[in-house]
Unconditional design. Sequence first.
Length: 424
Amino acid sequence: MIEEQVRDRLNWAGNYEYRARTIEHPTSLADLRRAVAGATRISALGSRHSFNDIADSPETLVSLDVLDPGVEVDERALTVTVGAGVRYGVLAEHLQRRGFALHNLASLPHISVGGAIATATHGSGNANGNLATAVVGLELVTASGDVLTVGKGDADFDGMVVGLGALGVVHRVTLRIEPTFEVRQDVFTEVPWDAVLADYDAATSSAYSVSLFTDWAGDTIGQVWLKSRMDSGSDVPAQFYGGVPADRAYHPVPGVAADHCTQQLGVPGPWSDRLAHFRLAFTPSNGQELQTEYLVGSEHAVEAIQRMRELAPRITPLLQVSEVRSMAADELWLSTNYQRPGIGLHFTWKPLQDEVEALLPEIEAALAPLQARPHWGKLFAAEAAHLAPLYPRFDDFRALALRMDPEGKFRNPFLDRTIFGTTP
Ligand SMILES: Cc1cc2nc3c(=O)[nH]c(=O)nc-3n(C[C@H](O)[C@H](O)[C@H](O)COP(=O)(O)OP(=O)(O)OC[C@H]3O[C@@H](n4cnc5c(N)ncnc54)[C@H](O)[C@@H]3O)c2cc1C
């Protein structure tokens, strides 16, 4: 076991300082079990890409960054089993070398599998569930230090995948995979909002994954990114609702060089080099941005976008760029897409925390009639009393957490505030 005082106390964005006193880096499952069994308060730390206090603990953090249980591909079952600390980009390269693929990736491949599934991290695509929907098995170290192995179909499995770190430390994850496929990425600029909003479902079904990048001001969407599967049998759209086909590579933030973005301009390539927006080889500098995201059901997609456009005078001055993506429904209790297909209204903010936090209640009030669910790993203002009615299985999750962790070993101020509705 490698144990250290938490010296580097910051998350990736540098906007949150962890309060835990120590961080442990187990090098084996036995080490991890001892760490959890011996702790009074402990939380799993992923790759620190969340923007709030979700991964913190009053006492100890445990990181799986040096615990490598290896990668096991089951070619017959079409699954891969990996350590929860592995980053998606590393896993993607491994799978691609073996001729396999994941169904989707988030915008950044540097995020850990354990951390991403715990918060229902997603990519885009009307038919694509979030990354947690690929999970078919979990091996968790529970509060007692015992190992619990659960699979899809087992009791409470659907409650355990998007676990917010509240149920245990996930040691290994088994994910559904498929044969590798190629993707091309095409960007259109200056796409008229009216044309897209008049035909929203069809517009966002134009490719395997569609992202709208906007600053909400004006009549056009800044950029639309279409990621098309080459094996889909559908033609790649040459036109997109009156937008201008890009003749050079774009970064989502206007004016930023596209060097760190995945290949565009319609050049086909492996899924592992196209589904994320940013390349793994590029190590992002820490921070210079904050993020927020709200997910609404697809029946409210157009209304939600219109409400954000109306708020543009308040939003745009604080914004680097927004991204609108779509996700399929799933059955994971605390998934932001639980039993509802929908869209995510994402905001990449300038690093102005006080101003952003002052604005969030206004955005949340505008989206409240549309039952918007905030992304668990990003900045939001809502607390348990507001969140509970948005999730039909919220009480079941609370009961599951209390049953699996009766002494509150994995509790932290984030969980107290957003799930249990108590102030520690
Ligand atoms: C630049 C950037 C781009 C992003 N892009 C996207 C995107 O495209 N789509 C999207 O949906 N989100 C996106 N996010 C948000 C990000 O995916 C989530 O915040 C995610 O949870 C971060 O994972 P992490 O490994 O950093 O986990 P952390 O932030 O370290 O932890 C998050 C949660 O996971 C839990 N956890 C971590 N490891 C384990 C484990 N082994 N067992 C149990 N619980 C665990 C923690 O306890 C905590 O509750 C982005 C964030 C950044 C900084």
